[in-house]
Design a protein. Structure first.
Length: 299
């Protein structure tokens, strides 16, 4: 089997790509690679100044638009301002193990940003998507649990990593249910997911480096992580390779920590269709955004 590399990305002239959180990390590398193959790439970022700095280092047709996934008003404004078809939507932006923080709408920051923000964005843009939706998850989903009684950590003491793991499990359940709904609607759009393994990004950049434990975490990640380029490979693989809807890509190395991208497995919890459907319904209630496509009548 041939190992996937960015050289295998097909020519994308005339295609439009949106990458959330593309001002740094694997999102920036993915955007750079896709723009380099001729795509029109939109960097959907919370800080336009940082987005412009990232865009300045890219070649091709690149633009920057503001999108704050922790604010549903910003998500709606982005979607309302969009015109034209979308060939590829990459739900890449995310936050990881921050201190207790709420979104503009009162959600726990990781669940609100990593899952609900992308849930709303995808459904609002879906009528214009004609290619693929890729959502970046994490191997941390295996430690996750969807606690419907306390999705936003209002009844329990906040624990950053379990909250992160819940949000990443939600990413995979979202992808599975999106794939099911797209199939039922007879849509040609594919929903896939990917995880970068252990990649050196700025996800841990919010940690207070005065803490010895935080410094240790950062040092371990930086010592054993693969590069941003390698970390972006599963995302690009899920975006352009010949894979079926519902696929999940990750590194092929030990514990999926690093290596070339391939299709990988997911936890039993991530394959629970009943939980995926329930999470979708709850997410619609929390965001006020619903699936925009009608199911095709049975033949």
């Amino acid at each position: 089997m041939t190992t996937f590399t960015t050289a295998q990305i097909p020519a994308l002239t005339g295609r439009t790509v949106i990458v959330t959180g593309a001002n740094s990390g694997i999102g920036r590398f993915a955007a750079t690679a896709l723009a380099g193959r001729g795509a029109r790439v939109v960097l959907a970022v919370r800080d336009p100044a940082k987005g412009a700095a990232a865009a300045a280092g890219m070649t091709g047709d690149v633009e920057v638009r503001r999108l704050d996934l922790a604010d549903l008003a910003s998500v709606r404004a982005f979607a309302e301002g969009w015109t034209g078809p979308i060939d590829l939507l990459i739900n890449n932006a995310g936050v990881m193990i921050p201190p207790p923080t709420r979104t503009a709408d009162g959600f726990e920051l990781q669940f609100g940003t990593n899952h609900l923000g992308h849930f709303a964005l995808t459904n609002l843009l879906l009528p214009q998507v004609r290619g693929r939706v890729v959502t970046v998850a994490s191997s941390a989903h295996r430690a996750g649990k969807i606690d419907f009684a306390d999705l936003n950590w209002e009844r329990r003491p906040y624990r950053a990593f379990p909250a992160y793991a819940q949000s990443k499990l939600a990413n995979l359940l979202f992808t599975a249910e999106l794939h099911r709904r797209l199939t039922e609607a007879g849509s040609p759009v594919l929903a896939t997911a990917a995880h970068p393994g252990l990649a050196a990004t700025n996800l841990l950049g919010h940690l207070d480096d005065r803490s010895r434990w935080n410094r240790l975490q950062t040092a371990v990640v930086n010592r054993f992580a693969q590069s941003e380029a390698d970390g972006a490979s599963p995302t690009l693989y899920a975006a352009v390779a010949d894979v079926p809807g519902g696929s999940y890509a990750g590194p092929d190395g030990l514990f999926e920590g690093r290596g070339a991208p391939k299709l990988v497995g997911r936890s039993k919890k991530a394959r629970d269709g009943a939980v995926a459907r329930r999470l979708w319904t709850v997410s619609e209630e929390l965001t006020g955004v619903t699936f925009p496509l009608a199911a095709q009548p049975a033949r």
